[in-house]
Design a protein around this ligand. Structure first.
Ligand code: TRH
Length: 387
């Protein structure tokens, strides 16, 4: 191996929302910070990326942001300009590499280690496919499929060094929590308030849930990052629109809109809440790392292809719960994901198992960490290929 830092190019296309670029950005930062790799992140939609990176200038083709170089993946990569090919090339989520870059990879000696970073799944097959090679049909290159996952023999999830101690320190420090809320323009919630963060896609189930909280005995504060679920919340509240300044109280329920914050502050928000509603992939993982109970709104796919993924995650996550608590959790998640549950899966049922579900969230961390984390597993694999 060379003594210079490894150079790594990560390519990412923004399909929709923030998940793909969120994962790519998190991985880029971790490889730079924890492994001192020299990382360049190529993104085709810098305006979306800018939501995750305060102060980032989406108009610039190239810029250094923190430890990472961010480059616009645009025309320049199709007109044959001279390209620096990195030691490690990661395509995020099957985005096809630019042909000119791929051609230059084939001419590089030694060939770069070429990885496809796939979507995370808790399904059993992931362990069988993780780190399988796929030789290119024409070029002397091999692509390796790297699968993040929740179970053994997978690539694990992204966990930055020092994350657990930062979270533990934050969760033990009420002043830090108050400071976060103050920075978000929220006063400290009164003692006994259930504090919930709610990040979700459009979801018809939200009105019922908000109604249960409104009519309940205990105060509930729901913090909602502005976004796709906003119109349904506005409709429930009977207000015209839901923007970052919305705050409304109905019965025992207070709903407060939040601005979109950067990754570190979003983590702190998850660490601060008693229950987190998350979606997609990256926030789903961060909620698990918060050691707090959570509800997953899975990214809906055609032909309900997402349902086996949801069931697989539920089965793994709840396997140490007793049957009534596991059943309440499953019904609650399924109802939230649009599957009729009759009278099951309501808040009152979930609440009865709250202590077990809180414990489950804490205990789950050890299982989540068991396969090792994505960046460590990736760095180890790359080293083994470069020897
Ligand atoms: O945004 P998502 O729904 O992303 C996706 C995409 O839809 C993608 O195409 C799909 O493949 C994938 O899900 C499964 O949800 P996700 O993955 O949680 O990404 C949100 C990102 O936004 C994540 O990195 C956390 C971040 N975030 C913040 O940084 N600040 C915030 O305030 C919030 C609410 C989120």
């Amino acid at each position: 191996m060379t003594s210079r830092p490894l150079a790594c190019d990560i390519f990412c296309t923004v399909v929709d929302n923030f998940g793909d670029v969120g994962v790519a950005w998190r991985l880029a930062r971790q490889l730079a910070a924890d492994y001192q790799w020299s990382v360049r992140l190529w993104v085709d939609d810098l305006a979306t990326f800018a939501h995750l990176a305060p102060g980032f200038d989406a108009g610039k083709r190239w810029q250094r942001y923190g430890d990472v170089v961010i480059e616009h993946w645009g025309d320049a990569l199709s007109d044959g300009e001279t390209l620096q090919i990195a030691d490690v090339v990661i395509e995020a989520f099957g985005c096809d590499l630019p042909p000119v870059y791929l051609g230059a990879m084939a001419e590089r000696s030694p060939a770069p280690v070429w990885i496809n970073l796939d979507y995370l799944s808790a399904e059993d097959w992931v362990g069988d496919f993780h780190l399988r090679p796929s030789p290119h049909p024409r070029l002397p290159l091999t692509k390796w499929f790297f699968f993040p996952g929740l179970g053994p023999h997978t690539g694990g999830v992204l966990i930055e060094r020092g994350l657990a101690s930062a979270r533990e320190a934050f969760q033990a420090d009420p002043v830090a929590r108050r400071a976060l809320f103050a920075s978000l323009g929220i006063g400290a919630p009164a003692d006994g308030t259930l504090v919930v963060s709610l990040f979700a896609y459009e979801n018809p189930a939200v009105a019922n849930l908000l109604g249960e909280w409104r009519d309940g005995a205990a105060p509930v504060l729901v913090l909602v990052p502005v976004g796709r679920i906003g119109p349904e919340i506005a409709h429930f509240l009977g207000v015209e629109s839901f923007d970052a300044s919305t705050r409304a109280t109905r019965g025992a329920l207070t709903v407060q809109a939040l601005p979109f914050v950067d990754h570190p502050r979003y983590d702190q928000l998850l660490w601060s809440c008693d229950l987190n509603f998350v979606r997609g992939e990256d926030s789903f993982v961060r909620a698990q790392l918060a050691a707090r109970p959570f509800v997953w709104h899975i990214y809906p796919q055609q032909d309900d292809a997402h349902l086996p993924k949801l069931e697989a995650a539920l089965a793994l996550y709840s396997r140490n719960l007793d049957a009534p608590a596991a059943g309440a959790l499953r019904s609650f998640w399924l109802r939230w994901n649009g599957m009729p549950q009759g009278e099951a899966g309501r808040w009152m049922e979930y609440l009865q198992h709250r202590a077990e579900l809180d414990k489950c969230a804490r205990d789950w961390l050890a299982e989540l960490e068991a396969p090792g984390d994505v960046a460590a597993n990736l760095a180890e694999f790359v080293e083994s290929r470069l020897k």
